[in-house]
Design a protein around this ligand. Structure first.
Ligand code: FAD
Length: 387
């Protein structure tokens, strides 16, 4: 067994440091506070060839895998500059088009997406169904001429208003009419400017550069050219994107945890109260050491999940456990760091409290930790279904 990163992987992991020389945490925060997509940083990532990490070379990407995507996200989050857009765009949408798209779709979308000229969002969540995705009711109704009419509503769709296309998970057969509950799903590549689409930004409390939207579809005309994969068999494809989403969400959290702890160590070595650096006090040191251990454990688990994914092996158990472990470790790391800073932790100047909302978000999204526990209990350990 080899835990070493290759020189190329090391370079990808270290990339965040060079990116953060220009686009640092302050740049990320400035954009987040005004809800502005960090165009320049995104453009730089595209120019440096990282948007297409999981896209085959033939379509403008680097032909690498989940591991490299994870190292990239972790590397930038280590510097305090995480990007949700990478999860929904580069990872969930672009890689899956590279994997499952027709030759025409790959040529049409991927080179532009890798260059940063075309952006994607991923739309599955619905206001009524919520976590119970089986019950989504957005319907792409087949028409006699072989086309579809898409109607329904999605919510919390990251970057929808800034994206050129959405990967929309819809039903082509309602859940009441299918034999198996996972039948009847189809993925569509939908032009965000198509007639019949309306969007509303959701006023969010969490401060992020990416906006979240409600998206409404009213008889949107789609053709076979919009279908990703096979009609009615979208659920399998969906699972190919959900495990990577969990792995990458975990990477984001581990990275932010490391960033917070790095800041805390610096501060705690420097700040003297009662004649000693506060880092010498075990009440501060031990929670940091504990959080450090948990972040590194979560990161290892995510790397194992990525390795399994890249080697075409089942990775559901590891991807779910990695996301659970990373979200909890990230929260602990930020909390332990915050305590070191005393009152300064709550100031804009030090910005530690600002790290909390995003790590806390990962307990709820992209999938809540309760469902992760359910998955582990039922599918990994063989316990009865709890819901
Ligand atoms: C910032 C942000 C970005 C997002 N981006 C996207 C995106 O780009 N695309 C997209 O499709 N979606 C996106 N989402 C949606 C996200 O995936 C959902 O919010 C999340 O899956 C939870 O669904 P819900 O909000 O409907 O909660 P609900 O389904 O209403 O659940 C509420 C709570 O109930 C509990 N719960 C539910 N079911 C169970 C159960 N069986 N057992 C135990 N507890 C349970 C959980 O604690 C859960 O947090 C985003 C959300 C946020 C906040």
């Amino acid at each position: 067994m080899d835990f070493d990163l290759s020189p190329e992987q090391t370079m990808i992991y270290e990339y965040g440091k060079s990116l953060a020389r220009t686009y640092d945490r302050a740049y990320w925060m400035e954009n987040a506070e005004i809800r502005r997509f960090p165009e320049e940083m995104y453009g730089q990532i595209a120019a440096d060839g990282f948007l297409g990490t999981m896209v085959p070379d033939a379509y403008g990407g680097s032909g690498l895998g989940m591991m490299e995507m994870l190292l990239f996200q972790e590397g930038i989050a280590n510097e305090g500059v995480p990007l949700l857009s990478l999860v929904v765009g580069a990872c969930m949408s672009m890689s899956i088009i590279g994997e499952r798209g027709t030759e025409k779709q790959k040529q049409q979308y991927l080179p532009g997406a890798c260059a940063g000229d075309i952006r994607f969002c991923f739309a599955i969540t619905e206001p009524d169904a919520g976590t119970n995705s089986i019950r989504i009711s957005t319907l792409a109704k087949p028409t006699p001429d072989g086309r579809f009419k898409l109607s329904g509503a999605k919510t919390f769709i990251t970057d929808a208003g800034e994206s050129d296309f959405a990967l929309v998970v819809a039903r082509t057969t309602p859940h009441t009419e299918v034999k198996r509950k996972t039948d009847g799903f189809t993925l569509f590549i939908v032009d965000s400017k198509a007639r019949g689409i309306e969007m509303q930004p959701i006023p969010m409390s969490i401060v992020l550069p990416e906006m979240q939207y409600q998206v409404f579809f009213d008889d949107v005309d789609l053709g076979p050219e919009n279908v990703l994969g096979e009609v009615g068999k979208g659920f399998d494809i969906l699972f190919e994107s959900l495990n990577p989403e969990r792995i990458l969400g975990g990477a984001l959290c581990s990275g932010l945890g490391r960033y917070a702890m790095g800041k805390a160590v610096e501060y705690a070595n420097d700040r003297v109260v009662f004649d000693r650096p506060i880092g010498a006090y075990q009440a501060l040191q031990h929670p940091l050491a504990r959080a450090k251990t948990e972040v590194e454990m979560a990161s290892l688990l995510a790397r194992k999940a990525a390795w399994l994914f890249d080697n075409d092996m089942p990775c559901g158990a590891e991807a779910n456990m990695a996301k659970l472990a990373a979200s909890e470790a990230g929260i602990k790391a930020v909390d332990a760091s915050l305590q070191c800073f005393g009152g300064n932790g709550f100031t804009k100047e030090y910005g530690i409290f600002d790290l909390y909302p995003l790590v806390r978000l990962t307990k709820t999204a992209p999938i809540n930790n309760e469902m992760i526990h359910n998955y582990i209990g039922e599918h990994v350990m063989g316990l009865p279904r709890s819901y």
